[in-house]
Design a protein around this ligand. Structure first.
Ligand code: NDP
Length: 285
């Protein structure tokens, strides 16, 4: 068996063209969606992520504001900027690119963002809404993974989903979203003995660890949907995922590539959340 490749770029293009239409309609009514992105420091990977987010806004009719600061920016100054953006009616979403320099507490920063503008979905309120099954911003990466899984046309309800990695931003919200879709969910982490025992039972596997090709073909059930969140830079400078793509492709039913799978969908869902924030703000000015 050779798996179908789930093309995250193609799905992103499709979703973004619908988003561009929504953005144009909002702009015509005087509510152009606006995203503010704050980058502190000179981390090269963060600079690339931010550039891609800004470009996605520009390409789809959203207004973007990029605020760049040197790594010695004080926490107080950053909180002040967030307060100003919270009060700016032309800004509907605020994203602070992580990681922040060590002297800044990321939790203080995330919680300073107005809940109506938390388009990354990282705040305690957004996490609580997800846990409670209430409306709210879903964290972009797991939200994008759900769209990729749904794009296979396979049922999620009643299937066994195994997630590897339990971070606050990917693994845990992924588990909640799959649970909400009525999957039976197993969440694995670094203290899980015999990881393969769990992944081999999975109809859906989501790998979100950050270890190159750690999910091997022997760990995958034939026909499974395999979603690779990992981004790992190899010695030759190229990117690879957490899944041994070439071999797992021979076993799985569906698989996402790296790059071109989850990455573009993460940015697309950021646009979706910003659009949602704008539509809410336009309905309740
Ligand atoms: P974290 O480092 O926050 O979390 C990694 C998770 O993997 C932890 O829960 C950890 O367990 C678990 N883990 C580590 N080693 C093992 C192991 N041997 N077996 C099982 N579980 C293990 O990472 P993130 O969730 O932030 O990101 C994961 C990957 O996804 C990274 O490569 C990151 O770059 C990528 N990423 C990609 C995005 C995209 O848009 N494509 C967006 C966000 C992240 P424990 O909790 O026990 O330590």
């Amino acid at each position: 068996m050779t798996a179908h490749t789930i093309d995250g770029l193609a799905l992103s293009r499709q979703l973004r063209s619908a988003l561009a239409q929504r953005a144009a309609a909002l702009t015509a009514r005087g509510h152009q969606p606006g995203l503010a992105v704050i980058l502190v420091g000179e981390d090269p990977a963060s600079a690339i992520y931010v550039r891609n987010k800004i470009r996605a806004c520009q390409d789809n009719g959203l207004r973007s504001v990029l605020e760049k600061y040197t790594a010695n920016l004080s926490q107080a100054a950053l909180l002040e900027r967030i307060a100003a953006l919270n009060a700016d009616p032309g800004v509907h979403g605020i994203l602070v690119q992580m990681p922040l320099p060590k002297h800044i507490d990321p939790h203080r920063v995330i919680e300073a963002i107005a809940s109506t503008k938390d388009v990354d979905g990282y705040s305690v309120l957004s996490a609580g809404a997800l846990l409670a099954g209430l409306d709210g911003f879903r964290p972009c990466t797991p939200y994008g993974c759900m769209k990729l899984i749904e794009s296979t046309g396979q049922a999620i309800a009643g299937r066994h989903a195994v997630i590897v990695g339990r971070s606050q931003t990917v693994g845990k919200p992924m588990a909640l979203l799959l649970l909400q879709a009525n999957a039976t969910v197993t969440l694995c982490h670094s203290a899980t003995p015999d990881l393969g025992y769990h992944t081999r039972q999975a109809d859906i596997v989501v790998a979100a660890v950050g270890r190159a090709r750690m999910l091997t073909a022997e760990m995958v059930k034939p026909g499974a949907i395999v979603i690779d969140v990992g981004i790992n830079r190899q010695a030759d400078g190229k990117l690879c995922g957490d899944v041994d793509f070439d071999r797992v492709k021979q076993v799985a039913g569906w698989i996402t590539p790296v790059p071109g799978g989850v990455g573009p969908m993460t940015i697309t869902m950021l646009l979706v959340n910003t659009m949602q924030a704008t539509e809410r703000s336009a309905a309740n000015p």
